[in-house]
Design a protein around this ligand. Structure first.
Ligand SMILES: Nc1nc2c(ncn2[C@@H]2O[C@H](COP(=O)(O)OP(=O)(O)OP(=O)(O)O)[C@@H](O)[C@H]2O)c(=O)[nH]1
Ligand SMILES: [Mg+2]
Length: 557
């Protein structure tokens, strides 16, 4: 069994050792999953959940959280996941710093050839260059970084490292800053280049603090140091590093050689080159990588915690908004029901039509002879049309008022996220004919109720039969619906045929049905807001998903 399996209990196992002794790398036949595989799975799960996470409500801090989420995804994709997948891939060494610090010159000098143009134009480097040894090509093959860099392959690059010349970190060009940051995210090791004149600038120190926070391994190159200032500058810089607890950061000082072009003298870069070669050596490279990896995993915790907090803030805000929305429905729903019970469905045109149909000289007056059936049915058909229109208006209004009520409540609400929800819901139009289907179903119920009554005992059956013979089956249903809508005279007429009790029961059933329908319409007024609030990212347990992933990671590291 390979010696490093034991270590896998506490630290991710170093994968196929690139310089592994023969017989040590029996991975092809390895039967057991390695610690790094568990870790890879755990980080992969975390990545999936992070990818799905959305900050639906525009709370203060949501934009920031979203930005942090994206940054974390990039970090996982560019550094941690590739590293966990291929522990033996070369260490990614990113040379970063401010413009003109001499990054490209340093990289070129290490490689011994101008592979990345250096120059007096500021900034010079826009497209990063990654240099590696030919023997490392295969191990680097699938690294996501390769998509965004120019790759040069040179024997002179120490085996085991991929040396990246980054654009300037504090660039005037936003694209340069983004690329530089992304490269640093992907790095196993940062080589920070600064100059005697500029090492006091804020940006480099911010970047260094960030590296320290993430536990990324790094080294510092202080460039162009005038001979007479050498001692002062060096000790000042050392002090600054000490102040920040970075005493272990290797420091390389490159003396200023005056105005110059091209590569640095071999003797000047020799220490950096030697150090890189040492870092690239099997054990050192692994330890640099593992240190950065441990640092990355540790830095992951507060980062994910912060995002989980942001998710929880969304969940909390959702609960409050939900109450606002649901409470906003109560008054419109109640008003709509009261209108139905108060006979609003019989108002206006319905009553006017009834005056013509059911009046003393109307077709319904007098004895219902067989001859008058057609006239009565026709008259009731026109009443039915008015009833349908009236019920449609009521049902549509219930929906509209509820919707307006929700929007108004959100407008007035001082709750965090209310304005954002208001925008997300937007002014949704309810078309005039919206309630037509519901209205038709309601009148349809009148027919069913009569049918049921007709199928009852002999007395009821006879009564319904008389009614249908008198006004037709549609006419009978219309009369019942009209009575339920609130036309008392229609109820009186029905009572005359069906009896008081049967009429009252049927009318109540229909009125209850219409009341329930307007209530349901009112309740649906909150649907647009509910659709936003029911996002999985706002569910009660949304934050615990990320926290769970974190707990698993903690157990593995
Ligand atoms: N005097 C002196 N000049 C240097 C040194 N290193 C680089 N230069 C010069 O400084 C200028 C900028 O060097 P680059 O290597 O292009 O700097 P850079 O950090 O890559 O700059 P950007 O790509 O713009 O971020 C060039 O003209 C170099 O020749 C040095 O050690 N001493
Ligand atoms: Mg450059």
């Amino acid at each position: 069994m390979p010696a490093d399996v034991d270590r896998s209990a506490s630290a991710p196992r170093v994968g196929r050792g690139r310089a592994g002794a023969p017989g040590e790398g029996g991975d092809d036949a390895e039967p057991r999953p390695r610690a790094s595989d568990y870790l890879l799975d755990a980080v992969g799960d975390l990545r999936r959940d992070l990818d799905r996470t959305r900050f639906v409500l525009r709370l203060a801090g949501a934009d920031r959280a979203e930005q942090r989420r994206r940054e974390l995804l990039e970090q996982l994709d560019d550094q941690l996941l590739p590293r966990l997948r291929e522990l033996s891939a070369p260490a990614v060494v990113v040379v970063a710093g401010s413009t003109g610090a001499g990054k490209s010159t340093l990289v070129n000098s290490v490689v011994g050839e101008e592979v990345s143009p250096a120059g007096v134009l500021r900034p010079t480097t826009r497209r990063p260059v990654l240099a590696h040894h030919p023997a490392d090509a295969e191990l680097l093959e699938r690294h996501p970084l390769l998509e965004d860099v120019d790759v040069v392959v040179r024997e002179e690059v120490p085996r085991g490292i991929a040396l990246v010349d980054a654009p300037d970190l504090d660039s005037l060009l936003a694209s340069n800053r983004t690329v530089a940051q992304r490269l640093l995210d992907a790095a196993d090791l940062w080589v920070f280049v600064t100059t005697a004149a500029r090492y006091g600038d804020a940006v480099p120190w911010q970047a260094l603090a960030q590296a320290a926070e993430r536990g990324t391994s790094m080294a510092m190159v202080l460039n162009r140091v005038p001979a007479d200032a050498m001692t002062t500058v060096r000790s000042d810089l050392m002090q600054r590093l000490r102040d920040r607890g970075m005493t272990t950061v290797p420091l390389f000082v490159v003396p200023d050689e005056g105005p110059r072009h091209g590569l640095l003298a071999a003797g000047v870069v020799a220490p950096v080159r030697r150090w890189l070669a040492m870092v690239a050596g099997a054990d050192r490279a692994r330890s640099v990588i593992l240190r950065t990896q441990r640092g990355t995993l540790k830095a992951l915790r507060p980062w994910v915690d912060e995002l989980a907090e942001a998710v929880q803030a969304q969940v909390d805000a959702r609960a409050g908004l939900e109450r606002v929305v649901e409470e906003a429905l109560e008054a419109p729903a109640q008003r709509a029901e009261l209108a139905v019970r108060g006979g609003a469905a019989a108002d206006g045109p319905v009553r006017a039509r009834w005056a013509a149909v059911g009046g003393a000289r109307g077709p319904l007056a007098g004895r219902w002879t067989r001859r008058g059936l057609e006239a009565r049915a026709e008259a009731l058909a026109s009443l039915r049309a008015e009833l349908l229109t009236s019920a449609t208006v009521l049902l549509t209004a219930a929906r509209r008022h509820a919707q307006d009520g929700v929007l108004g409540a959100l407008e007035r609400s001082a709750l965090p996220g209310a304005p954002g929800l208001l925008d997300a819901v937007g002014p949704t139009d309810v078309p005039a004919g919206h309630g037509a289907g519901d209205a038709a179903a309601w009148v349809g119920l009148a027919a069913s109720v009569l049918q049921e009554l007709g199928a009852g005992d002999r007395r009821s059956a006879g009564a319904v039969d008389r009614l249908v013979k008198g006004v037709g089956s549609d006419g009978a249903a219309t009369l019942l619906a009209a009575a339920a809508a609130g036309l008392g005279a229609a109820g009186v007429l029905l009572t005359g045929v069906l009896g008081a009790e049967a009429t009252a029961t049927a009318v109540r059933r229909l009125q209850d049905d219409l009341a329930a329908r307007v209530r349901a319409q009112a309740a649906a007024g909150a649907d647009p807001a509910r659709a936003v609030l029911s996002a999985p990212d706002l569910a009660d347990d949304a934050a615990s998903r990320l926290r769970l992933r974190l707990a698993v990671l903690k157990g593995l590291t």
